[in-house]
Ligand binder design. Structure first.
Ligand SMILES: Cc1ncc(COP(=O)(O)O)c(C=O)c1O
Length: 360
């Protein structure tokens, strides 16, 4: 079967080689007579995959040993609550950069379970840029500053991570493992798996061990990072299929230049699409501040917005799927996550030129 060019924002396209391996290994894993997802999560065969996945994550991200790596259910959304529950002990407060839909959700949940304030909001600018360090309104004694390194819906990214003397917490759901993480600046980094890492079903959380030790007592077991640190993310039944598939995606990334390779790829591919927008004589336009354009989610509009649905449906008819912008903002969004083949970017750029010639 022909595969389409899949620009989905998440869940997203995965390497074909990974899908083929999963399919081949599924019915009888390691000669056990059963699939990996049917065996006990305490079985030696599963344990090997689980522990190797944690190790691959550490190698690829160069996370220091004093970070606990955790594979948790509930996606990135559960972290919106779990992070402040664990980090905001003793009336501490945290600043939130409200840079778009996801920053807003993280802030809203934090304010429900602890003391959180907005250190900046992009609402006035319709969430088309990220704040400079000078624009941050960071209160003295803040426990952490929460950022969303890439806003998946608005298509904006933080080009650099701040030097602010306050530990940062980052939601990196949509640019995970596509850029290096300067660990000394962070107490915690989290993200859902279903973009650059694998299928949906878990969040990957990196949390500094000293943070775990300082967490408040009495948290419900699953909501405490201490529980998962002590059990290597095997305190309960983990999302075994997602972890298995992620294991294979991580090895694929290693074979394709690791995080640095992914970073170069993302910069090249996104700039090819932005160039197609900029060189279209105004047929296409980017609503996003040029210094903050995402390397993962490329958002653009047509001069005639009423032609956007035509663009999306004609693209789909040509095998380019999932190009409609998020339902809350409209427009076009091409997500070019790590596993998207280069040919898909070429097909999109060609289609954009051809569509503009026909409708311009
Ligand atoms: C930046 C960002 N944060 C959080 C989420 C929510 O992730 P999940 O669906 O894993 O809860 C998403 C989902 O697209 C996202 O893009």
């Amino acid at each position: 079967m022909e595969r389409v060019h899949n620009f989905c924002a998440g869940p997203c396209t995965l390497p074909v080689s990974v899908l083929e391996e999963l399919a081949a290994e599924l019915p009888n894993y390691g000669n056990s007579g059963m699939s990996l997802i049917e065996m006990s999560h305490r079985a030696a065969l599963y344990d090997e995959v689980h522990m190797e996945t944690l190790q691959l994550l550490r190698q690829l991200t160069a996370a220091p040993d004093d970070f606990s790596i955790q594979l948790l259910q509930g996606g990135a959304s559960l972290q919106f609550a779990m992070v402040p529950m664990n980090l905001l002990a003793n009336d501490a407060e945290a600043g939130y950069v409200v840079s778009g839909t996801w920053g807003k959700k993280a802030y809203a949940d934090a304010a429900k379970v602890g003391k959180a304030y907005s250190a900046w909001s992009g609402a006035d600018g319709n969430f088309t840029s990220m704040p400079s360090v000078e624009q941050l309104d960071l209160r003295d004694g803040s426990r952490y500053l929460h950022i969303t390194s890439n806003e998946t819906i608005g298509g904006i990214r933080m080009p650099d991570f701040y030097d602010i003397g306050v530990p940062m917490v980052a939601d990196m759901s949509s640019d995970y493992l596509s850029r290096p993480i300067p660990w000394e600046k962070f107490d915690l980094v989290y993200g859902g798996a279903q973009k650059n890492l694998g299928p949906a079903g878990m969040a990957v959380v990196f949390v500094r061990k000293s943070v775990i030790e300082a967490a408040p007592e009495g948290l419900p077991a699953y909501l405490s990072f201490a529980t998962h640190d002590a059990a290597d993310s095997l305190a309960n039944t983990p999302p075994m299929f997602t972890i298995w598939a992620t294991n294979k995606v991580l090895k694929w990334m290693q074979d394709h230049g690791g995080v640095e390779g992914m970073q170069r790829r993302a910069a090249d591919r996104s700039s090819r699409i932005y160039d197609a927008v900029e060189s279209s004589g105004g047929f296409y336009r980017s609503p996003v501040d040029s210094n903050h354009r995402s390397h993962m989610n490329i958002v653009f509009r047509l001069r005639s917005e009423d032609k956007e649905p035509v663009f999306v449906s004609e693209a789909a008819a040509n095998g380019l799927e999932n190009l409609a912008g998020h339902r809350s903002v409209g427009g076009i969004r091409a997500s070019v996550y790590n596993a998207l083949p280069d040919e898909s970017v070429s097909a999109l750029v060609d289609f954009m030129a051809e569509f503009a010639a026909r409708h311009g």
